[in-house]
Each structure stands twice: as C-alpha cells, then as structure tokens.
Design a protein around this ligand. Sequence first.
Ligand SMILES: [Zn+2]
Ligand SMILES: [Zn+2]
Length: 237
Amino acid sequence: MTVHKYPIEWSKDNFSIKIFCSIPNIATGILISTDKNFFVVDPGDGILRDLNKEIGTDKILAISDLFITHGHHDHVGGVWSLLTYMRVMHKKSPLKIHYPEGCVEIESIYNAFLKVYSNTLPYKIYLEKISGTKKLNSKKIVINPFPVIHKEYLHDGITTRQVPALGYKFNYEGIKICYGGDTAYCETLVKMAKGSDLAIIEAGHEEDTPDEMHMTMSEAKSIGKSAKDYYLVHVPE
Ligand SMILES: [Zn+2]
Ligand SMILES: [Zn+2]
C-alpha cells in the first residue's frame, strides 16, 4: 500500500494504469492502457499536459474511451481541452464518453463543444450514458460500472444531495483494476474491490467521523486491503 505521491504507476502483464494526480477539489487524471489501447478516466485539469508528456500526440489521438465517475470539476475539468486538442490534431477514430446518467456537466460540455465545433470536427464523439450496472466492452477490456455514494452541499452549506456517481472495474485478460471514484463507504465498492489485482480507493475525508461524501483513511484502508494491491488517493493536500 502506498499513499498519494504522484504520479502513481502500476502494471501487470500488458495492463497498466498511471494516476497523474488525484487531489480533491483540484484535479484527477488517470490513464489506463494495454499494448495499443488507451482509456482516460476522470480527465481533470492538467490531463492534456500530463498525457502529452506521457504518451505524446499520436497516442492521445488513439484514445478510444473516456470514463467519467461524476461531474465534479476535479474530475471533468480537462474534458474541453482534450476534445479540442483532438480536433486541432485531426483525430480520426471515434471517441466514446461514458458517464453516469444525470451528469449534466458532461452533457453540457458536450453540447457546448458541438455548438462551437460541430462543423469542423474530424472525429465522432459518442456520449454513452450509464444507467445501470451492465458490463460494457471496449478494446477487449470489460468494464463494470457500479453506483457509489457521493454527496455534495447545496449553497446553504447544510443540505446535501446525491450526485450521479459511479465507480468502474476494468478487467483485461483476467487482470482487474477497481477504481471507486469519489465515494463514501459503500457496500458496492466493498464487493467490487474485493479480490481485484488493484484497488484505487479514495480517502478524501479529513476527519475520522464518516460522512456521505468521502471516506476516512481507515474506511478506505479496510476496503483497499481486500484487494491484492491498493493505493489510497484523493487525500486532501
Ligand atoms: Zn473529487
Ligand atoms: Zn466529487
């Protein structure tokens, strides 16, 4: 187990993950790759800079799928620049954006982007709304989305509401990586993380009393330990 010194890199056989950054309220950015294929998970602010340094233009253009856990700015802040870069650099292959049903941030970014660029867009974007836990498949990776508990404050600073939020479990040739996104302690995550080759678990709550937004360090550890290997991320800095 290691806590939050970025970037975090992990790989097994041909399945790799690199977490460029994961700081609550600032930014997240995760690259998942096999030999030839690239997925980006939670493209927060700075993702384009990090991808450019890590894989360069050609491979950025080969990214086939984006996976969004939820619409908070630290998880989607880099979407616009990534989409625009792909346009400027003449991406040809399609891009799928997977996101939880009800995530207005992604739909709004997509609609605004098309409003500006639809006439000059060299690649197709498919919005892939996720409303259940049905497994999906892309580039020989099986992806299992699952709902998590993640709330946010309304502007009175007291009332909270649940945000559409997912975790994802990625399975490539039997190697399983489970990423919970932002979540409070929840049984779905407990179940999905268990036995994974790698679990990436957020420990974003600053105090020891649990709430419904993030997990405490001890909650996060208890879940992480059920996987073969784990990292705690999204720890406030
Ligand atoms: Zn966050
Ligand atoms: Zn969040």
